[in-house]
Design a protein around this ligand. Structure first.
Ligand code: DGL
Length: 239
């Protein structure tokens, strides 16, 4: 079984890519909506939260853990990997993808405050950025997506996306691919980049490395607030 977690349903955008590459596996998705949003939490709080989630996923039988959250990955992945023996695969903002595939033109990197202020992010940014790249934190955006507040979301984006001639947008939070349409309505026909395909490829490699063999697709879901509507929305997006 492969465990995937995020601060809510955002990580479904990563899970979908993994399922495309590995359709015949058993997945357990943990949506931590009780602690959403992660983006404004301190490192200590996040470490405590994610340690408990990884332990729970291991106790349920997961042999690989995927941190489908850029914020938790940036802040906690090293310590989690030191603490647990299971392979832990972590997402990161797709800045290198822009560098490799679309280096010319203006790029906007969107992420949570927690991601942007992390050491890991700054290192990545300084390795692959150029002077046409702008980074901006979007506090509260993941929460609006999580709560599915469509009108508030529109107002928020109109206020925050005050950019012209953006060519590339790095979706540095796993909730953001769920609002590509809304972003395009303001910024126009931009190219999107996110880290989910990279994670899926890595999961496929690790499955091979640890020889994890399964035959049938199954998807289980746990939400930390026990929200039925969240569960419904999750399964609607997966399909
Ligand atoms: N989806 C998460 C991320 O990729 C976290 C969003 C949040 O809870 O603030 O950063």
């Amino acid at each position: 079984m492969i465990g995937v977690f995020d601060s809510g349903i955002g990580g479904v955008t990563v899970l979908k890519e993994i399922i495309k590459l590995l359709p015949n596996y058993h997945y357990l998705y943990y949506s931590d909506s009780f602690n959403n949003p992660y983006g404004d939490k301190s490192s200590d709080e996040l470490l405590l939260i994610t340690r408990n989630i990884v332990q729970l996923l291991i106790d349920k039988g997961c042999k690989i853990i995927v941190i489908a959250c850029n914020t938790a990955s940036a802040i906690c992945k090293d310590i989690l990997r030191e603490t647990f023996e299971v392979p832990i695969i972590a997402i990161e903002p797709a800045i290198k993808q822009v560098f490799d595939n679309s280096p010319k033109g203006k790029t906007l990197v969107m992420a949570t405050k927690g991601t942007i202020e992390s050491e890991k992010f700054l290192k990545l940014y300084h390795s692959f950025s150029n002077d046409e790249m702008t980074i901006e934190a979007f506090p509260g955006l993941a929460d609006l997506i999580e709560q599915n507040k469509k009108e508030d979301l529109k107002i928020y984006l109109q206020k925050k996306l005050h950019y012209n001639n953006i060519k590339n947008v790095v979706l540095g939070c796993t909730h953001y691919p769920l609002i590509k349409k809304e972003i395009k309505e303001i910024l126009g026909d931009v190219n999107f980049f996110d880290g989910s395909f990279g994670v899926a490829k890595r999961v496929k490699d690790v499955v091979r490395e640890i020889n994890l063999k399964e035959r049938t697709f199954k998807l289980d879901f746990i939400d930390s607030s026990n929200s039925k509507s969240k569960e419904q929305r999750f399964f609607d997006i997966v399909e």
